[in-house]
Write a protein that binds this ligand. Structure first.
Ligand SMILES: Cc1cc2nc3c(=O)[nH]c(=O)nc-3n(C[C@H](O)[C@H](O)[C@H](O)COP(=O)(O)O)c2cc1C
Length: 313
């Protein structure tokens, strides 16, 4: 969906949703006031700024309770959250009397709390405060940092997310990740073999899907609605293995192309949508047939049975 608006017409909800397309990491920014009060705020506005001098930035709502402390503090710390720190993120995004009660932390430079278990941490001297509308932009000069390299927590379209490699960066059909990928413990471990097999399957499938002018989520929506007509978005998303924001964007694209419409009881395929879904099924079945062409029916049945059993465990 393309929405072009003049400034006066900007609808805050639509603006926020459009901004949500920019996936970010999640940080908790902390500082200590001269009277010893500690503050911590979940923030996704963190970004790198300069290598020389080493600067980073983030922005705080001017109305945030903690903002006055950040305005006065000589130092602040940026704690980049790891993928298993979602609870910490929610905790520091909620206003409460003492956010640090029961939370494990060390005292960093200038007394700013730094947390264990993060993906990375930057300890900064306050460098500059810039006016950014209803936010203050805080620039910090990095004086110390930790790089723990843990998988990061991400945020996209109002939901938490994690990083997975884009299939385009993975091996091309016929190639493998590494010539020795079949060797050693990983090369023979069922889990890694399953992962690699799924990726190889998808790598060969995506280009075929593009011939129908659909991305993976749009194609899945058509297939699901072909089987289960009249679902609302919450029901649909369960079958899509994706986030609600992506499902919403895909539904909007399919709506613009008159493939899907909203009926009284939920989303349904239009006549054109039915025809497209039939094409998707043919493509999916042809791809499966091609992939399993060199296996006997007995082998395929056993493989399918094993997958079903694994899902039941
Ligand atoms: C994922 C996420 C990212 C956020 N990013 C920011 C941000 O960059 N700047 C900001 O001012 N608030 C941000 N917030 C909201 C604050 O964390 C929230 O308003 C918090 O209550 C402020 O704390 P305080 O009221 O103690 O100052 C974010 C919240 C979440 C869940």
């Amino acid at each position: 969906m393309t929405t072009m608006m003049k400034q006066a017409e900007i609808d805050p909800k639509a603006f926020r949703r459009a901004l949500g397309n920019f996936a970010t990491g999640v940080t908790i920014i902390t500082a200590r006031a001269p009277d010893g009060t500690t503050v911590g705020v979940t923030a996704s506005s963190f970004n790198s700024l300069s290598m020389d001098p080493p600067l980073i930035l983030w922005s705080s709502m001017k109305t945030a309770r903690s903002c006055a402390v950040f305005e006065e503090a000589t130092h602040f710390a940026v704690n980049i959250l790891a993928s298993d720190q979602m609870e910490m993120s929610n905790h520091f995004a909620r206003q409460q009397e003492d956010k640090f009660a029961g939370i494990e932390f060390d005292e960093g430079i200038g007394g700013a709390p730094i947390f264990p278990g993060c993906a990375g941490r930057f300890q900064c001297e306050a460098y500059e405060k810039l006016d950014g509308g209803d936010h203050w932009i805080f620039v910090g000069r990095v004086v110390a940092f930790d790089d723990f390299g843990r998988a990061p927590l991400c945020f996209h379209q109002g939901s938490y997310a994690m990083v997975f490699n884009h299939p385009g960066t993975l091996s091309k059909p016929g190639e493998d990740v590494h010539p020795d990928a079949d060797q050693g413990r990983m090369g023979n471990h069922a889990f890694f073999l399953m992962l690699r097999a799924v990726r190889a399957y998808q790598d060969r499938y995506y280009p075929k899907l593009e011939t129908l002018g659909l991305n993976l989520i749009e194609a899945r929506i058509l297939l699901v609605l072909n089987d289960l007509s009249g679902l609302d978005i919450e029901e649909l998303v369960v079958h899509l293995h994706t986030q609600i924001g992506e499902a919403r964007a895909a539904l909007s694209n399919l709506g613009d192309r008159d493939l899907v419409m909203r009926g009284d009881g939920g989303y349904v395929l239009t006549e054109e949508g039915q025809a497209k879904a039939t094409q998707c099924w043919s493509l999916a079945e042809a791809h499966a047939d091609e992939t399993f062409a060199n296996f006997s029916q007995d082998q395929v049945d056993t493989f399918t049975d094993v997958l079903r059993q694994l899902l039941k465990q």
